[in-house]
Ligand binder design. Structure first.
Ligand code: 2RA
Length: 358
């Protein structure tokens, strides 16, 4: 399999990578996105045997190093000609709209981290622990959800199964890494009193910016509305009401969320904690006697999503508050994409053999 990988957080802004990997039984090809995905693929022992990096014409012919080997960077056209079985990429919405169908047309399954396909009724939006079962061999372009949505639905889904969620009020505290390397550079420059390019309109160090992405006609930002729509789609329940406020904070390790959840039924807090502890990918960090709770500094570079401060909202019935933290570049992006690829492999959703049949 081959991956397409892009590395916005490492300033290799147009780089995409392809991998070919081999399973113990047969040779396969997959495509994945970003340096984070590459390192996660390595960490998760994803069976890549060949890496086919793809970049703009300027970089074609150069090499990159991955798993102690040097790999030649290809053009997009060369990569398409090689018909990888899976493409995991994050090349931005416009490139995705143009190129993902070209890969799909040659039989590649694209896992896309842009927002281009997320709300398309013809495309699946997948957090593997929640709804990977929707995937079929016909799904040639699969959408990876927005980072702030992924970590929230991971926690909401087991609780929805317990008590049926009516309404969610979420405020996010999102890392500058969600914007990219330019935002991390802006924050670091400000900390050192260096004049540099601004990723944001305002100073971010020692500040909070209550705007992530552009404003919509309804007064909410696009980031906030992604949380509204994507939650219902992933959880397959249009009745869940979500209202969000998304805020950028001068933090690197991950996104944090304060979430108020109202249920249809009466809530037993012990059962909430038990359900979360039993959920794959969730780690409960909730021991206020010892001041244990999730924080981005602890979540950084981890694949899990952390939840704590689980408590009853005493202002109204059937309602709780909790605090969720996850590394937005890991489970919020690359890890989720690699997990989708793993699911496709493990469940035979991708036809075996190489090259794929188009
Ligand atoms: C952000 N959610 O944090 C976005 C990245 N996709 O800006």
């Amino acid at each position: 399999m081959r991956f397409i990988v892009k590395f916005p957080q490492f300033s290799l802004l147009s780089r995409q990578l392809f991998f070919r990997y081999e399973t113990s039984t047969r040779r396969r090809n997959r495509t994945c996105r970003n340096k984070n995905a590459a390192s996660i693929g390595r960490a998760r022992n994803f069976p890549v045997t060949e890496l086919l990096p793809v970049a703009s014409e300027r970089s074609v012919g150069k090499t990159i190093t991955w798993k102690n080997k040097s790999w030649n960077i290809l053009s997009m056209e060369d990569a398409i000609q090689q018909k990888p079985q899976i493409a995991l990429f994050s090349a931005g919405g416009d490139i995705s709209l143009e190129k993902a169908p070209l890969f799909a047309a040659v039989g590649t399954t694209v896992i896309d981290n842009s927002s281009a396909w997320r709300m398309s009724p013809l495309h699946k939006l997948v957090v593997p622990e929640i709804n990977a079962d929707v995937l079929t061999k016909e799904d040639k372009i699969i959408a990876n959800p927005n980072c702030s949505t992924i970590q929230m639905v991971q926690v909401l889904q087991p609780l929805h199964e317990l008590y049926k969620i009516k309404r969610v009020v979420v405020s996010t505290y999102q890392s500058v890494t969600g914007t990219g390397a330019n935002a991390v550079a802006q924050m670091n420059n400000e900390r050192q009193n260096i004049q540099g390019e601004m990723a944001y309109k305002y100073q971010i160090d020692q500040n909070l910016i209550p705007q992530i992405d552009v404003f919509m006609d309804n007064g909410y930002t696009k980031e906030e509305m992604k949380m509204v729509f994507e939650t219902c789609k992933i959880m397959r329940d249009e009745s869940i009401k979500v209202t969000a406020t998304a805020v950028r904070v001068p933090v690197v390790g991950g996104h944090s969320e304060s979430v108020n959840i109202e249920f249809e039924q009466e809530v037993d807090l012990n059962k909430v904690v038990e359900a979360l502890k039993a959920t794959k990918g969730i780690v409960v960090q909730d021991d206020i006697a010892h001041q244990i709770y999730p924080m981005p500094i602890l979540a950084h570079d981890k694949d899990d999503t952390f939840v704590g401060r689980i408590r009853r909202d005493f202002t109204q019935p059937n309602t709780i508050n909790l605090w969720i933290v996850s590394d937005n570049l890991r489970k919020g992006a690359a890890t989720n994409a690699v997990q989708i690829a793993e699911y496709l492999m493990a469940n035979g959703v991708i036809a075996s053999g190489y090259p794929p049949q188009s």
